[in-house]
Design a protein around this ligand. Structure first.
Ligand code: SF4
Length: 330
């Protein structure tokens, strides 16, 4: 294992200053993804700054919505009374992810920071543009069952499987970040994760010295609490990444859909939202035919790579099932 220096501090500002001193300095909280990568010899940080003593451990009301501290565990977030009451889709999504043990350790900020998934990335003997830019991509003609059908590039087709992030995207959460000079930056979650393009090694827009402090759930999306679900299709019922998942939510009046959200996990390198497809719900009475058509719209520009091509057919089915459930058709 590559030796690294471990720093534990309560002083966020000085830690952030140190974060810029070395290119391979990393923050660590739960470490559920980071430690895996270090152990598998695919990531070699020089310095780890433990941020667990930083003051981001609360869930509190904020502007009528909720502010989720970056260091609150995924388990505590899923179990929080106000999350369950006003944003049940977040709670559901978290509880369908990983295992109890991982959710107890994993933090909200860390969930956003997890890397896209691909077994070749985790195996140093294979070429991987994400691990080693320019080396090639073993997955495009390899085993790619769980990988992306949308938002890919010729450099990388890895998928972003976070269930929590799909639900946050459907609710238009905002990510609060402390910049290197102590100032605050706010980024809509939809803009936080990056597509691979020509830089597959970059998974999100966070720069060295920037630290996630909290995530805001807006008051406006409490309206989805009554009719929402998180549907996750996977190869086995627990401790597996999704093949396709969707955070689905609607509001209805007099039998007609007045607002709708859907954000997918595991079909793209970031949580995937299609606003044009969402518009097709508005003013319509629910029907399975409508939902299938909307699902087909989502994948109209999708590209399969052999092992994952079945997802193109699966997406409309998942959309039909999820929206049929929340509109009372089934
Ligand atoms: Fe690496 Fe991305 Fe290709 Fe997987 S899909 S081997 S992560 S470049």
């Amino acid at each position: 294992m590559h030796p690294f220096k471990y720093i534990r501090t309560e002083d966020a500002a000085s830690a952030i200053a140190k974060h810029t001193e070395a290119e391979k300095t990393q923050f660590i909280a739960g470490g559920t993804n980071l430690v895996d990568r270090i152990r598998r010899d695919v990531f070699h940080p020089d310095v780890l700054i433990d941020i667990n003593k930083f003051p981001y451990h609360k869930i509190e009301e904020h502007q009528g919505g909720l502010r989720l501290g970056a260091l609150v565990s995924n388990s505590d977030t899923a179990d929080h009374k106000a999350v369950k009451k006003n944003y049940p889709i977040v709670s559901e999504a978290i509880l369908l992810g990983a295992t109890d043990q991982l959710r107890n350790k994993a933090t909200n900020g860390g969930n956003l920071m997890q890397r896209t998934r691909c077994s070749y990335y985790m195996s140093p003997k294979f070429p991987c543009n994400k691990r080693e830019p320019g080396s090639g991509c073993a997955a495009i003609h390899g085993h790619n069952r769980i990988l992306s059908i949308l938002g890919t590039s010729e450099n990388c087709i890895a998928s972003f499987p976070s269930d929590m992030c799909a639900s946050l995207t459907a609710l238009e959460a905002k990510v609060n970040i402390m910049d290197i000079d102590g100032s605050e930056i706010v980024i809509p979650i939809e803009e936080f994760h990056a597509l691979p393009g020509d830089t597959p090694e970059i998974d999100n827009v966070l720069k060295p010295g920037q630290l996630i402090t909290s995530i805001d759930l807006p008051a406006s999306t409490k309206t989805f609490a009554k009719r929402s679900t998180y549907l996750k299709v996977r190869d086995r019922h627990s401790y597996a990444f999704a093949l396709v998942s969707v955070a689905a939510a609607v509001t209805m009046e007099a039998g007609v859909i007045t607002d709708a959200r859907m954000a997918f996990g595991s079909i793209a390198p970031k949580p995937w939202r299609d606003k044009e497809a969402e518009k097709m719900f508005i003013g319509q009475a629910p029907s399975k035919a409508l939902f299938k058509k909307i699902g087909e719209k989502v994948v109209e520009n999708a590209k399969g790579y052999g092992g994952n091509s079945f997802k193109i057919e699966l997406v409309p089915r998942v959309v039909t099932r999820a929206f049929s459930e929340i509109t009372g058709l089934i």
